[in-house]
Design a binder for this molecule. Structure first.
Ligand code: LLP
Length: 426
């Protein structure tokens, strides 16, 4: 499912050995595979083609301009959550009418910017926001096409921080209230309230929660139509899984197979907002071993990447498979899972240099012997990896490189010490 493979005991991204990438660009380094990004986009696009679904790549998952341009070239529309993301989409020449703008706290400036840029859809999260969009839009003599984000009260069985479709979260409007919002707001000047938006969480590795939420969404649409409202679109959100620990995520085709029958012949435009399922397995974080040490029973491998480069393990307890790029003795497990207790491996933590015990990338892993200078890859890092990086501890952010066959292109240079202070005044 991705193009990171060991060939003769050496990890490659497509046709390029990862050791060559480290020599050329240094570490820590985000490495993305063009072929994987393209494959994943095409798979989801094809899977939902019977619904003629608009695939809006969720920029928050992986925002590099070169990657956005690549996906736009594949036909992607975009899902954005801020003025900054709108500006990225426009920068790569996205059709503004094919941008959907979500977010629970859009500022007046962002709403104005979106309207002036001609953004196609606002996914709206509350009556107060609708009211504000109506005021700003009518002031500009414009009409904002809106989908009301509905909270279907479905449990996606994912991390509590990324659960959004349960009643007690801050997202959307609950089902009962939704009908009232349509009654109260849909005739407001400046608004064309004609869609329903659903997003239940991320990652959602089972399909049933989608079936439940779409079924509830359809029932709402039918009730609204009976009341005379014209509902033209349903946006299913994102959240489709990626492979972190083995191949746990359903395929795009498997999600589509269950979802399509619920939506065909409903006279609805369908939009989806995948991020992770396209980008996660298309990226790896390449890092170098500074030191190894023992403390009590424990082995520590101290690398040059840190929570500042990859926050997910510390923030969510997420599992990312980690393995040396050129393992001594050529030991490579057949599947990238937590269960790698092979002969010749020993238990270790991979940690970064930041001054916090929470600064770890991989905990309690059976790994082959690792020495100072050895390169290690952290897999499935393409989504919510670089985008969540920071400069904490005054660490310049990593570089990003895009591999395409045997070509490697630097798509974000490594930050310098000068970058760290560029916005400050003395
Ligand atoms: N649409 C909406 C309204 C969303 O809130 C999100 C993600 C997506 C689409 C894209 O979801 P995806 O297909 O990428 O799963 N930082 C967390 C993930 C946060 C997701 C936030 N919303 C992580 O690292 O797991």
């Amino acid at each position: 499912m991705d193009h990171f493979q060991y060939i003769d005991g050496q990890l490659h991204c497509e046709d390029v050995p990862m050791t060559r990438l480290a020599e050329a660009f240094g570490t820590p380094l985000y490495v993305y595979s063009n072929r994987t990004l393209t494959d994943h986009y095409v798979r989801i696009d094809k899977a939902f083609a019977p619904l003629n679904a608009e695939v809006c790549f969720s920029i928050k998952s992986c925002q590099n301009l070169s990657i956005l341009r690549l996906l736009k070239g594949c036909g992607a529309a975009f899902d954005v959550v801020s003025g900054g993301e709108i500006s990225r989409a426009l920068e790569v020449g996205a059709d503004p009418n094919r941008i959907v703008f979500a977010g629970v706290g859009k500022s007046d400036e962002e709403i104005r910017f979106a309207l002036e840029s001609g953004v196609g859809w606002f996914n709206v999260e509350s009556e107060a926001e609708l009211d504000n969009i109506a005021t700003i839009a009518s002031g500009l003599n414009k009409t904002a096409r809106c989908a009301l984000r509905v909270n279907p009260d479905v449990d996606p069985h994912t991390h509590v921080y990324t659960t959004t479709g349960k009643r007690e979260t801050k997202f959307g409007v609950d089902l009962e209230r939704a009908r009232r919002v349509f009654r109260d707001c849909s005739s407001r000047r400046g608004l064309d309230l004609c869609g329903i938006h659903l997003h239940i969480g991320s990652p959602v590795n089972t399909i049933e929660p989608y079936v439940q939420s779409i079924t509830k969404g359809i029932a709402l649409i039918e009730a609204l139509r009976r009341e005379g409202f014209s509902i033209t679109a349903i946006n299913l959100g994102g959240g489709y899984g990626a492979h972190y620990d083995g191949d746990e995520a359903p395929s795009a085709a498997a999600y589509a197979e269950r979802i399509i029958p619920l939506l065909s012949e409903r006279d609805l435009d369908v939009l989806i907002e995948p991020g992770r399922s396209i980008a996660a397995n298309a990226g790896a974080l390449l890092m170098k071993t500074h030191y190894t040490k023992s403390s009590g029973e424990k082995q520590f491998i101290i690398v040059d990447a840190a929570i500042t480069d990859m926050l997910r393990p510390a923030l969510y307890g997420s599992f990312h498979f980690a393995w040396p790029v050129a393992p001594h003795g050529g030991l490579v497990p057949a599947v990238r899972t937590a269960d790698t207790r092979l002969e010749g491996t020993a238990l270790a933590d991979i940690v970064g240099p930041v001054c916090e015990s929470g600064d770890f990338l991989a905990k309690d892993r059976y790994l082959p012997p690792i020495r100072r200078g050895d390169l290690i890859a952290l897999f499935s890092a393409g989504a919510y990896g670089f985008v969540m990086s920071s400069q904490y501890n005054s660490r310049p952010r990593a570089a990003e490189v895009l591999v395409s066959g045997s070509d490697m292109t630097l798509i974000r240079r490594r930050e310098t010490y000068a970058d760290l202070v560029a916005a400050e005044r003395l």
